[in-house]
Design a protein around this ligand. Structure first.
Ligand code: GLV
Length: 331
């Protein structure tokens, strides 16, 4: 339970980030908030030092909340990640220590789906490449066969991971006249069963999706089972004319294998928002015009980021007030 503030024993919550004004008010009203004020990431040492004695931790995807941090934070009751993904947190270990982990699903579904479509259009119509060309002063004239792209109408979109975001991406496909199929990535039991039931489009096997889709979009969480899920073998199953889109987590794709596939023209292009070793990007990908590369912007709208912080804050307030979390993560 939240302790009496007048006694000077308010629970402390560590926030690893500067956040927009006002969003932390529900926390500051009831708890002592220790907010990291610098624009960069906390080092693991600083995080370990400041998490000591904290009852709550509000963190982001670039904060690695591993055993060392969870051990240092022996008073922790809740870790609220400002993200839907939670591969930066050792959730299984947190569970053994009785620490609740929460994420921010739902509020970012639309923004990630919108960015995914931005990437689909950008790579199929060569928008980033065209922008570079114009800026470089290299555009000399209009011509009939100049920078031709691929039309989406009548083509097949394959959604790998037909959950909330995958479904939101799929639902927008009708606006472009695309046919949609979905396939589960790695079977995650019940969660995947419920996704399957709610996906309002045709479900096929993963292999059929890879072999028949013109655009393949990845929407699976990063787990041990999905690490390098898209490898040389699966890339080789795709059509030579197909495009691969990733707004999930970088390490779901073997980046070196993707660079190879693009270089060998085994697929037509790729558009990525996420990378295996962010902010580093495989050097070969950076040289390929067939790759559209953006810097992890999936949930990056003002509306969504604010809503994500609000959800994280509400989770901390709930748990530290003895209530169940709104959006807990379970492994
Ligand atoms: C962002 O990458 C998220 O998981 O929300």
């Amino acid at each position: 339970m939240e302790r009496d503030s007048s006694a000077g024993t308010r629970l402390r919550v560590l926030v690893t980030r500067r956040l927009p004004g006002g969003v932390l008010d529900p926390l500051t009203r009831s708890f002592e908030v220790d907010q990291f004020a610098k624009p960069d990431d906390m080092t693991p040492d600083e995080l370990a030092r400041r998490v000591r004695g904290a009852a709550g931790l509000v963190c982001v995807v670039t904060d690695r909340v591993d055993r060392q941090i969870l051990d240092a934070g022996e008073d922790l009751q809740v870790v609220a990640n400002i993200a839907v993904g939670y591969d930066n947190i050792d959730v299984a270990y947190a569970e053994t220590r009785g620490v609740v982990v929460s994420n921010t699903p739902n509020v970012l579904t639309e923004s990630v789906a919108e960015l995914t479509w931005g990437l689909i259009l950008s790579v199929t119509r060569r928008l980033a490449e065209g922008d570079r060309l114009v800026r470089a002063g290299a555009w000399t004239r209009w011509s009939i066969d100049f920078m031709l792209g691929t039309e989406l109408a009548g083509k097949r979109l394959g959604i790998v991971g037909p959950g909330r975001i995958g479904t939101a991406v799929a639902n927008r496909a009708t606006a472009f006249g695309m046919e949609v199929v979905g396939a589960v990535g790695v079977d995650r039991g019940e969660a995947e069963d419920s996704d399957r039931r709610k996906f309002p489009h045709q479900l096929v096997s993963l292999d059929e999706l890879l072999v028949t889709s013109d655009v393949v979009s990845l929407h699976v969480p990063l787990t041990d089972a999905t690490h390098h899920f898209i490898d040389r073998r699966r890339l080789a199953r795709m059509k030579r004319s197909a495009y691969l889109i990733n707004t999930s987590r970088g390490a779901v794709i073997d980046e070196a294998a993707l660079a190879w596939a693009l270089h060998e023209r085994l697929i037509a292009g790729a558009a990525l928002d996420v990378y295996e070793h962010e902010p580093k990007v495989h050097p070969d990908l950076r040289t390929l015009d067939s790759a559209v590369l953006v810097p992890h912007l999936g949930s990056g709208t003002r509306e969504t980021r604010k809503a994500m912080v609000q959800v994280a804050v509400s989770n901390v307030v709930a748990v530290l007030s003895g209530q169940p979390p709104l959006t807990p993560v379970r492994v």
